[in-house]
Design a protein around this ligand. Structure first.
Ligand code: SF4
Length: 444
């Protein structure tokens, strides 16, 4: 049992705020950690330093344009790092846990290991013990690891918190019969908790994905229902890697949820092309799924093979139509670039495919993680990587497919200009005295 005087501060450092945007979604892994720690007697609180409360989000295109700001931040050149240090040091906790990404969901653009390491160094200089957690630290390079007293997953116990947390959180969350649910009340920052887990890990082994390294572990239906009962919204994203169309499992979840006084939930769920069937779509819709987020990734055969995906272009077209015919909204994930043959040709074939898909939204990513030659500022919206892959001039065609509203986060605004997207070379030219911005092709 920890002493009740042990004061642990769980912190999601700024990430999207480093680029002038924000992420008001609560850090789910930290909320689960808060529950574990409080259950063992620690005094514990959580702050999301990526929160701003703004009513709109900048566009994905704006993030590509601004990605050089993240490159500056990983060298320490961001006032938000100093601001974060002041906030944390001012709380005078016994131990700080900094996240870099989230170990439970397969979503990767939630934090950065180098940014967390820079902040950890400042905090350690101020005499604080600093632990790290999150998917972006699990494969961290040595100088990132050395910035922390410990990385929670996998290291020997050395502090009160890590003694409790040395078992990987996803095992604790998924343990048979466990009633562990995230502690939303620990969050002091006003975060929105609209992501819920019914399982961790994945049954697939896609070459670019963190979840591929984690075995599927299901959370007990009674625990899922307990978690849903504490949510203040009935429209939720499932954080599962893929919501498997397992009729018995979904029936058990439905039965557990039925005990919540008739509350009806609507879910957005991640899905994969090769599991799209009329029957599976009916099963998902009966469970309350109203939106599928489909890992299409590419319209290029060689790229799909390199990614270890199990579908082809024609299957994707059929699956998308079936999803829409079933009355579900459809978000398509695209992954451009990466260690694939003919990167530019692959991107062109993918754009051609996307133009034929009846999707309500497109998420346009560049292959940034789990690749050779990684850079500290890699992200799915890296303008530098788009240049490196030779596809920067193709991105406007993809951005033109994106809507200006998402159900999960609301209105999206092109803040950086009325249309042109500038690649890195053009930004650099514009930064030179006497050089105006050179517009790329119009966006819409
Ligand atoms: S299907 Fe592939 S990309 Fe999707 S979560 Fe599983 S391993 Fe990751």
């Amino acid at each position: 049992m920890l002493q009740d005087t042990t004061d642990i501060l769980l912190v999601q450092p700024p990430f999207f705020r480093l680029l002038g945007s924000h992420n008001d979604r609560g850090p789910l892994e930290l909320a689960y950690l808060a529950r574990v720690l409080r259950d063992t007697g620690a005094s514990c609180s959580l702050i999301n330093l990526d929160y701003s409360g703004a009513g709109v989000h900048c566009s994905w295109r704006d993030l590509f344009t601004r990605s050089k700001l993240l490159e500056q931040a990983v060298t320490g050149d961001s006032p938000l790092l100093y601001e974060a240090a002041e906030i944390i040091i001012g709380r005078a906790p016994d131990t700080v846990v900094l996240s870099a990404g989230d170990s439970l969901t397969p979503w990767v653009d939630l934090g950065n290991g180098w940014v967390a390491a820079l902040l950890a160094r400042m905090l350690r200089r101020a005499g604080l013990r600093v632990l790290g957690t999150g998917a972006r630290l699990e494969a961290a390079v040595p100088d990132v690891r050395e910035s922390f007293d410990e990385i929670i997953a996998g290291l020997p116990a050395g502090t009160a918190a890590s003694r409790i947390l040395r078992r990987p959180l996803r095992e604790i969350v998924a343990a048979d019969g466990a009633s562990l649910i995230p502690d939303l009340a620990a969050d002091e920052s006003g975060s929105r908790y609209d992501v819920v887990m019914t399982a961790t890990g994945c049954v697939r082994r896609c070459s670019f994905c963190d979840a591929a390294r984690q075995p599927l572990q299901r959370i007990a239906p009674s625990t899922v229902a307990l978690d849903l009962a504490q949510r203040t919204t009935d429209r939720l994203d499932l954080g599962d890697a893929i919501l498997l169309p397992d009729e018995r499992r979904l029936a058990a979840l439905t039965e557990a949820i039925a005990g919540l006084g008739g509350r009806r939930f609507r879910f957005a769920a991640e899905y994969t092309v090769d599991l799209v069937r009329e029957r599976s779509l009916r099963t998902l819709a009966d469970f309350g799924v109203t939106e599928l987020k489909l890992g299409v990734e590419s319209g290029d055969t060689a790229s799909l093979a390199a990614m270890r995906k199990r579908h082809d272009r024609d299957q994707t077209l059929r699956a998308a139509r079936m999803i829409r015919d079933a009355g579900l909204d459809l978000t398509v994930y695209v992954l451009l670039g990466g260690p694939v043959p003919d990167v530019r040709g692959a991107a062109l074939r993918t754009l051609d495919l996307c133009k034929g898909l009846p999707a309500t939204d497109f998420v346009i990513n560049v292959w940034a993680y789990d690749r050779p030659g990684a850079h500290p500022a890699d992200s799915h919206f890296s303008g530098r990587l788009a240049d490196e892959y030779g596809i920067a001039d193709l991105l406007p065609g993809f951005f033109a497919l994106q809507p200006d509203h998402k159900q999960s986060i609301g209105r999206i605004v092109d803040i950086d200009g009325p249309g042109p997207w500038r690649n890195r070379a053009e930004c650099d030219r514009a930064d030179q005295p006497g050089q105006g911005a050179q517009a790329a092709e119009p966006m819409r």
